[in-house]
Design a protein. Structure first.
Lengths: 259, 259
DNA sequence: AGCTATTCGAGTACGATGTACGCAAGAGAG
DNA sequence: CTCTCTTGCGTACATCGTACTCGAATAGCT
């Protein structure tokens, strides 16, 4: 297992039951993954080093390589383990808006539980749990006569929104861990004076207007998230051929700032 | 300058003209940034180490710290330098669809020239060039009576799409650099067999259908990008109050797969 | 011109990382 | 027991960002 793996981690499943001679494994892939996630949750992904994981398991760093080919593969396992927390019914309910909304909120919640996850810029994870979520979301858009290409595109719009929204909400925390300053500190000390200077310069009217009149950044995170999600879901409603039933009651999303 | 900086890089501008005693600087922030970008373009962001940058400039690693507080700050400078390549008119044309499309395509092109840029998961860059692009895009959505919160949300939809689309197109290259395998190799050797196995398992019908019937991944990148972009821009058109003029001629985006 | 204050250039060094290598310890099969 | 295979893990190496330090260079003042 410690060889330079040339195939995806998903093609090298753990041999949980092995017959024949040789010492029995004292650890497991799931155990290592869980430990790594616990460390990353607490102290950030960078803290989940092979040494630290080994230490918390009561062993050395190199022992882990009997179970995981490379650290990158371990991160793949971690991402898919997070996806396993996303609770979904076996099949979509038939109300696509509710189904996609469920996926969005569940994904967001999982992102909050594991802040390190949104700081990753990775190729799509092909683990079983990630595939399960993907298939559920796409199924919700099935049956409207759309081409599969259209469905994947619309689904990507939701996924992209959730990704970037959670990243905006959380991306800080990792940054805060690096620099040791919390959000208010960042705002007031780090960029605050600069933002004021930018606004005062008058060179960027729309940016300034957003700083002055924008209410979104002062809203509770849940409200902010729902606000943008409604826009995306309405966009999908408009793209679906003749299904006005599942569109939101309002003509547009609720505007927190008042219109 | 080599102290632990506690304020944003944008608040510590380079003192290009300095009076008084002391040796004159032999390098410049722009020079260092340009060199770092050149290295990152050629060999990936990880290759742009302080040592390597110094070496290419004919100096040591530590000399750079006279100009840049930390490597993270240098990356901020690099990102904003990339944004400076995005060519835009001074003000929007009045055709919001054309304006946002221009920003999208220019951003994508810049992403292709600097593949390392899309692999970053960072807080928004507040450099002058990034602000310029941001202001242009928001201005294009101004004048429709929308609240600033709505404008930023719609603009984010475009930015999110471009980000993730370019990431999908390019994210590979960084991965390829790490593992040493190119795209076809990755497809056939790394995940190909696994994908076949997943499809054969029958557990993920929508994923399988996308593999079998999906045409998007076989389209030229430009077509694929435009396909998704049309969806996003149409979504914005639907969200704009009563401005059917700038909507796309077709009812929906062109479906490459034929419908 | 010479002195002084100040700034830049860069070598050395430290703690950290991922992980290749090699061997000892353990466990079923004969 | 002996053989064979697997796991556990200590050691070692290359590489990273960067703190510390001091000599070299330069402008203004006497």
């Amino acid at each position: 297992m410690s060889d330079t793996s040339n195939v995806s981690i998903w093609m090298r499943p753990e041999q949980v039951q092995r017959a024949g001679p040789g010492r029995r494994p004292g650890y497991s892939r799931a155990q290592i993954t869980a430990t790594a996630i616990r460390i990353a949750d607490a102290d950030g992904l960078d803290a989940a080093t092979m040494r630290r994981i080994g230490q918390e398991l009561g062993t050395g760093a190199m022992s882990l390589y009997r179970y995981v080919p490379k650290r990158d593969d371990l991160i793949d396992l971690m991402v898919d383990a997070v996806a396993s927390e996303i609770e979904l019914p076996d099949r979509p309910s038939g109300d696509w808006r509710a189904d996609l909304s469920l996926v969005a909120h569940q994904t967001r919640a999982a992102g909050f539980r594991h802040p390190w996850q949104v700081t990753l810029a990775r190729r799509p994870t092909l683990g079983p749990n990630s595939l399960r979520v993907y298939d559920f979301a796409l199924s919700a858009l099935d049956g409207f006569g759309l081409h599969i290409d259209a469905m994947t595109t619309l689904n990507s719009m939701v996924a992209n929104y959730v990704d970037s929204a959670v990243r905006d909400e959380i991306g800080w925390l990792e940054h805060a861990r690096h620099t040791g300053m919390d959000r208010s500190q960042w705002m007031t000390e780090y960029v605050g004076p600069y933002v004021n200077q930018v606004v005062a310069s008058g060179k960027y009217p729309m940016f300034s207007r957003n700083i002055r009149e924008g209410t979104l950044s002062h809203q509770p995170p849940d409200v902010r998230f729902q606000y943008g999600l409604d826009y995306v879901l309405n966009a999908i409603a408009d793209a679906l051929p003749g299904q006005p039933i599942h569109r939101a009651p309002d003509a547009g999303p609720t505007t927190p700032g008042g219109c």
